[in-house]
Design a protein around this ligand. Structure first.
Ligand code: WTA
Length: 652
């Protein structure tokens, strides 16, 4: 298990913080009894519970059955027809909300745009017509590889409007990663931009798309948003400017009625093998999950200004920048760039400027803020904030306390939300009106979520015993399959523990029943809140001509949570790697996967420590990478390997 430093500190954590009574009084879920009765009802009668809540959505045709089939083949709201875009946009047009800001957007250079729900409706309808004109049909896959600009949200919702399944690729991924994902999803078109702004530099997206298209052949058309104005190559009859297409298209587009289980999107995420998994979510269940959790966890109210800092390229952005808040008719802040551009106070400036009331970010960002210094938030007026959230990795108590004091000014509840790409929506989290929060604990399951902590054999564990976190009951927003590989879906999530969903985390429950997630128990790293498989980095390294073998492990990193340490053996007899080779290998991995996979350390060794059966001893390597083993400079890995063989050599 990784991040042992923070596990140590969470084991000793005893502080508790109760919500202020004024907050509780106005919250959507405002009493313990209310929570208990919701949770119990959802457990005992899930069909009744979710069936009632489904009335929160607008249906085209009512469903006939809430839940059918056993996990993992559960289907939700059978017989119903619905459209996610209609729920996020059109249904707000019948009231004064029509003129409410849906998106308050700020570009990194400081340019701004406001889109009301009416504006959003017009732009989305137009782009849906553009997609149709380009030959996109219901059921086709559309790749979106874009910066954080309103056109990304518009393109998603336009896909949803006509029932095209979007597959968003985070802008930090490389051309190769784009090609792999396009091929796997068999995407018909790709929407991109010339580039995006990040720390004052232009991130070239269109040129990466051009490169990816030499390796992926299903893509027929490319739509390009002009964002940075940089020079790009436009291929006739393949590449089109967004603004040209939008200038002459009908602003009216009917929504397409879609079955509840129609695939809404695919989102690739790292698993414990090298090949990314295409997590597939469907329409009604996902929408209901994100709609309700947005309301329960963020306590969303009509007048809130809500800002989730995640990039839409990740699940957090899908669920809590776009679908969840827009389905609730909220005003969402969207920011294009880096938190430290032009200076380290940018986020606090944005909060002050837009009077943000709900702020949702990641522990890695919080740790960076701490390092940058208190004077940045202190020099801004943060009094508009009423609730803070955290997501993506376990939050260390120190970062939690700083967030609580410096940003929340001891006034704002903190919701530490545990969930995954696969779960679609938040699963375990404090409810801000009732929960006693504890620094480092995501506390209790939301209504409809029935977690258990079990041993490897599946036996439920006692309080404070660490084990595997599993889900015993299906929930509406769970993934339905891995695109094109249903076997892998069953194998990955439903074969470890009989009759339960398991997606790779270790956790414990304390004596109060609160859950503490400790981190991944598989070979998945969590680098700055981004999932990355060690195998992905390893296969990239061994594809380099100089490398014979590679083993990649995580190590505790002050800002990133986990850093990437690569142990490498070379093909040439002498194992001494040079500085220039190190630079070359780092560049190679960045090129193959993307900047998010940049190795922090490359260590050369003559051989990798292995068990008798030839398995790489990762635990030993993790200890070395973390500096936990008192490794003498002269000690080689072979020596350690022998040492480890003498001890228990079964490295799990
Ligand atoms: C980790 C992000 C502890 C966990 C929404 C999970 C967390 C993985 C938390 C999913 C949290 C996410 N506390 N760990 N509050 N939130 N994680 O798919 O290891 O990018 O399995 O989804 O992040 O990452 P993913």
């Amino acid at each position: 298990m990784t991040n042992s430093g923070s596990i140590q500190s969470t084991l000793q954590e005893t502080r508790k913080f109760l919500p202020a009574s004024e907050f509780s009084a106005q919250a959507h879920i405002s009493s313990e009894e209310q929570y208990q009765s919701m949770w119990q009802k959802a457990k005992d009668d899930p069909a009744g519970f979710w069936g009632e809540l489904s009335q929160e959505l607008q249906w085209i045709k009512p469903w006939t059955e809430v839940i059918s089939g056993e996990m993992p083949e559960t289907r939700w709201f059978t017989g119903g027809q619905i459209n996610a875009c209609e729920n996020c946009v059109d249904r707000h047009l019948t009231s004064w909300r029509r003129n409410k800001a849906a998106i308050l957007w700020e570009g990194e250079p400081g340019d701004t745009r406001v889109l009301t729900y009416n504006d959003l409706h017009r732009e989305v309808s137009k782009f849906a017509n553009v997609l149709k004109k380009l030959g996109v049909n219901t059921g086709d896959r559309v790749t979106l590889y874009m910066p954080m600009i309103p056109e990304l949200a518009i393109a998603m919702l336009a896909c949803a409007r006509i029932g095209a399944t979007h597959s968003i690729i985070f802008g930090g991924f490389s051309a190769d990663a784009v090609a792999d994902r396009n091929n796997d999803a068999q995407a018909k078109i790709i929407v991109t931009a010339d580039g995006g702004w990040r720390r004052g530099k232009e991130v070239p997206l269109k040129s990466a798309v051009d490169e990816s298209l030499t390796k992926s052949h299903t893509v027929q058309k490319v739509v390009v948003v002009r964002r940075t104005g940089q020079q790009v190559h436009m291929q006739t009859d393949r590449d089109y400017w967004w603004h040209d297409l939008m200038s002459d298209v009908d602003p009216h587009c009917d929504v397409v009625p879609l079955d509840s289980e129609h695939p809404l999107f695919i989102l690739y995420t790292s698993g414990s093998t090298g090949k990314p998994k295409g997590v597939m979510h469907t329409t009604a269940g996902y929408l209901l999950g994100t709609t309700m959790t947005s309301r329960w966890v963020f306590d969303l109210k009509e007048e809130d200004t809500y800002w989730c800092t995640a990039d839409i390229g990740w699940i957090t952005g899908h669920s809590y920048v776009v679908y969840g808040p827009l389905s609730n008719g909220s005003t969402v802040v969207m920011y294009e760039g880096a938190p430290n551009w032009p200076d380290e106070g940018r986020f606090w400036e944005i909060i002050e400027k837009y009077r943000v009331s709900i702020f949702y970010t990641a522990p890695t960002a919080i740790r960076a803020f701490i390092k940058w210094g208190d004077h940045w938030p202190q020099s801004r007026d943060l009094s508009s904030l009423r609730l803070l959230g955290s997501v993506g990795e376990p939050i260390n108590p120190e970062a939690w306390m700083w967030y609580h004091r410096m940003i929340g000014q001891e006034r704002c509840p903190i919701v530490d939300t545990w969930w995954q790409t696969e779960t679609g929506a938040i699963m375990i989290s404090p409810l801000p009106g009732i929960s006693a929060t504890k620094p480092g604990s995501c506390t209790r399951p939301l209504p409809g979520v029935v977690p258990e902590i079990v041993s490897k054999e599946g036996t439920p564990l006692e309080a404070n015993e660490g084990g595997l976190l599993v889900m015993k009951q299906p929930w509406p927003s769970m993934l339905r399959t891995l695109y094109g590989d249903h076997e892998r879906f069953k194998q990955t999530y439903f074969s470890t523990i009989e009759g339960a969903y398991f997606a790779g985390d270790g956790a414990r429950r304390d004596a109060d029943g609160d859950i503490w997630v400790m981190g991944r128990v598989d070979d998945v790293l969590n680098v700055s809140g981004h999932r990355l498989s060690t195998m992905e980095v390893e296969s990239s390294l061994v594809a380099h001509p100089a490398v014979a073998e590679a083993a990649v492990v995580g190590f505790p990193h002050e800002i990133k949570g986990e850093g990437i340490c690569c142990f490498v053996t070379l093909k040439t007899a002498d194992s001494e790697g040079s500085d220039s080779l190190t630079a070359d290998l780092i560049q190679h991995v960045r090129k193959q996967i993307g900047a998010l996979a940049t190795p922090d350390k490359i260590r050369y060794t003559a051989a990798l420590p292995k068990t008798r059966s030839g398995k790489i001893m990762r635990r030993l390597l993790r200890d070395i990478a973390a500096g936990r083993e008192s490794v003498q400079d002269t000690t080689t890995l072979e020596d350690l390997s022998i040492l480890a063989k003498l001890r228990d050599s079964d490295d799990a």
